[in-house]
Design a protein around this ligand. Sequence first.
Ligand code: MN
Length: 201
Amino acid sequence: MAFELPNLSYAYDALEPHIDARTMEIHHGKHHAGYTSKLNTAVEGTDMDGKSIEVLLAEHSDSSAVRNNGGGYYNHSLFWSIMSPNGGGSPTGDLAAAIDTDLGGWDTFKQTFANAAATRFGSGWAWVCVKEGKLEICSSANQDNPLMPGVGCGGTPILGLDVWEHAYYLNYQNRRPDYIAAFFSVIDWDAVAQRYAAARA
Ligand code: MN
């Protein structure tokens, strides 16, 4: 059973002006499609065939093809799902309370997350994870994911920001901090809250 490129629940131009349509089109239709296709090639006909993406990341990241393309498949699937044209604002309920308790409150959270994204050298991701029931912020290189062992970043990711140049260069060029700031205008906090609840269940 092959992995499939997930459809977006919004149009390529829906996140403008924060993320431009051309970037979304190439990012989803070329980059994410490429990771998905190469992941399928890597697992087809092996003992990894039929395993969930979570199991592949947790148990088979010693294979560079699974690490890079499985990570790319999972990371982008999460990324699209936690953004929305109706996003922005701030979380409420249990997630807001956990940000207060575990991450020092909303302002500190935003600063710490933006710093993790800005200081990740080269290509990678910034994450909010649930680890042993608590929120943590971290970053990883390339398409590494917190579900992989030994990436210096652990737990179940509930929010991720792609800081590869392909994610922002057409619109923001070298201004990664501007892209990070814009991301906060499209975060779908309801979707993040659902992932938070699921990760703690
Ligand atoms: Mn990407």
